[in-house]
Design a protein around this ligand. Structure first.
Ligand SMILES: Nc1ncnc2c1ncn2[C@@H]1O[C@H](COP(=O)(O)OP(=O)(O)OP(=O)(O)O)[C@@H](O)[C@H]1O
Length: 502
């Protein structure tokens, strides 16, 4: 039986999740704060962690880093409110397996948990993805072996331009620098270049340099000999060696420490490397593709990245535009992700309603294709109509226009300021429908014109607003409303029903 650690400072949410997950065959441990969570991780050794992003004693990002440092192989699913989506997409880069948004839908959580547990059974390291040629037995390494997904194209000018560059550079041995926002498809391009190159029958190794700890980065990249440092209990083959003959993709390369950059320069210049603690040079024939969402020359000017390394890598560069600037491609990708999810869930959702298409084109997609994929996966799961309708889209997407004009909550508005820092968000023209409130639904019959009705309405709105601000954490909502938890519960009961699904 798989063990799940649920971390949430909302005691009721924890209990609901415990009941629901236990019913579905999981053994569940609870922790209401970060400190307890780290203790439970050691005691209970869970197979998966479901972690609320906002805890009172620790920031979700900080906790995730701690969990990943100590238990890199344990998948973590982040639970987040609508106003934290951008952050949630970012924390996936720190090694979270997935994120689910509140209000929680049981089927969505179960799907994410099942797929995380399935993947973690075959996955040993989370910083490297290795795609091996099918019959390669020589390279049966410690990293995960996957089959690459289908790469799709469109005939938009932006895509044709990318494709032309892929075609041009693939047969060469040039090092390549790919620029683009998080989730915009940089790794997918690197894989496509590898598949079209002479190296296609050798491994493709992708490393997320942002997820490498400073201490272990050298060993991950170059390997180590047994006993070369405390904790080096066995010999380890590094990812450069695994990629020998093939392609290595270094994502977020500017995150590598200065020391590792020096070692990397030697590899690039001399095409040789040594394992840490080793005394033998190993010849390397590896094509290097690097990606960054920050300009490396700027990083070099700030002293964060070695300029000589930048010039070595910059033999050819590709710019991937953000999804919001690729309106034509958007629906092609949406349909592709719908098809993948239909197959995965054995469903037959035919497509997207015109309203959904309009919403997609208005939204700014801070998490780019990765976010679109998650949104389509979730919508397909929740959809019980022929076409995907706005009601199964996340709140922050259907209410994007309102959030932009500060009509929803202060918290959402402050989140929007982060989004506005992104280059050229389009001017919103679509007035999105308001989703029915799925967690907390007003059920009282109110006579619209009575004074009592008006005050009940106002009270109801205040409670909903406080719950949203508190990310549906009732203790925090009670604090905002300046009432005790019990009073809030009674009020909620009065307005009826708290997430009956869970
Ligand atoms: N042309 C494509 N065809 C099909 N799927 C794609 C394509 N481009 C990207 N994707 C999918 O979109 C998602 C995000 O892409 P990818 O991981 O390549 O982005 P990235 O820019 O490397 O992200 P990050 O910088 O955060 O690592 C992945 O699930 C990927 O499979």
């Amino acid at each position: 039986m798989s063990k799940i650690l649920v971390i949430d400072d909302d005691v009721d949410m924890c209990l609901l999740l415990k009941r629901f997950l236990s019913k579905n065959g999981y053994e569940v441990t609870l922790a209401h704060n970060g400190k307890k969570a780290l203790e439970e991780l050691e005691n209970a050794e869970p197979n998966l962690v479901l972690c609320d992003f906002r805890l009172e004693d620790i920031d979700g990002k900080e906790l995730l880093i701690k969990i990943k440092e100590r238990y890199p192989r344990t998948p973590v699913i982040i639970v987040t409110g609508y106003s934290d989506i951008k952050v949630a997409v970012d924390v996936m880069k720190l090694g979270a397996y997935d994120y689910v948004t509140k209000p929680l839908f049981p089927d969505e959580i179960l799907l994410s948990i099942k797929s995380a547990l399935q993947k973690s059974a075959t996955k040993q390291e989370n910083v490297a993805t290795v795609i091996m040629p099918e019959d390669d037995s020589k390279n049966s390494t410690k990293s995960k072996t996957i089959t690459s997904g289908q790469y799709i194209f469109s005939d938009s000018p932006e895509f044709k331009n990318i494709l032309k560059q892929i075609d041009l550079v693939s047969p060469t041995n040039y090092s390549i620098l790919i620029y683009g926002e998080s989730g915009s498809g940089k790794e997918a391009i690197a894989q496509e270049i590898h598949k079209r190159s002479k190296r296609k029958d050798m491994p493709f190794v992708a490393i997320d340099c942002g997820a490498l700890s400073k201490e272990l980065a050298g060993s991950e990249l170059f390997g180590h000999e047994k006993g070369s440092f405390t904790g080096a209990l066995n010999q380890k083959i590094g990812n450069f060696e695994i990629a020998n003959g093939g392609t290595i993709f270094l994502d977020e390369v500017a995150n590598l420490s200065y020391d590792v950059q020096v070692a990397l320069l030697r590899v690039v210049q001399e095409r040789k490397m040594r394992r840490i603690g080793g005394n033998k040079d190993i010849d390397l024939d590896v094509r290097i593709i690097i990606a960054s969402n920050e300009r490396l020359l700027d990083a070099a000017k700030k002293g964060k990245f070695r300029e000589d390394l930048y010039h070595r890598f910059n033999e050819f560069s590709i710019e991937v535009p953000p999804l919001r600037e690729r309106k034509y491609d958007m629906m092609i990708f949406a349909k592709h992700f719908l098809k993948l999810t239909n197959d995965e869930l054995s469903k037959n959702i035919k497509g997207f309603s015109p309203e959904v298409e309009a919403i997609f084109k208005t939204y700014v997609w801070p998490g780019n294709l990765r976010e679109l994929k998650n949104v389509v996966k979730r919508a397909t799961l929740l959809c019980d109509t022929e076409y995907i309708m706005p009601t199964v889209l996340p709140f922050e997407i259907t209410n994007f226009t309102k959030l932009q004009f500060g009509e929803v909550s202060e918290e959402a508005t402050s989140n929007l300021q982060v989004r506005q820092a992104d280059p050229a968000p389009p001017v919103a023209t679509y007035s999105a429908p308001v989703l029915p409130e799925p967690v907390f639904t007003k059920q009282l019959e109110i006579n619209e014109h009575s004074l009592k009705g008006a005050s009940i309405d106002a009270e109801y709105e205040m409670i909903v607003e406080a719950l949203r601000k508190a990310n549906y954490n009732k203790s925090k909502a009670a604090k905002i409303l300046n009432v005790d938890r019990k009073t809030l519960y009674n009020k909620m009961k009065q307005y009826k029903q708290f997430n009956s699904d869970l």
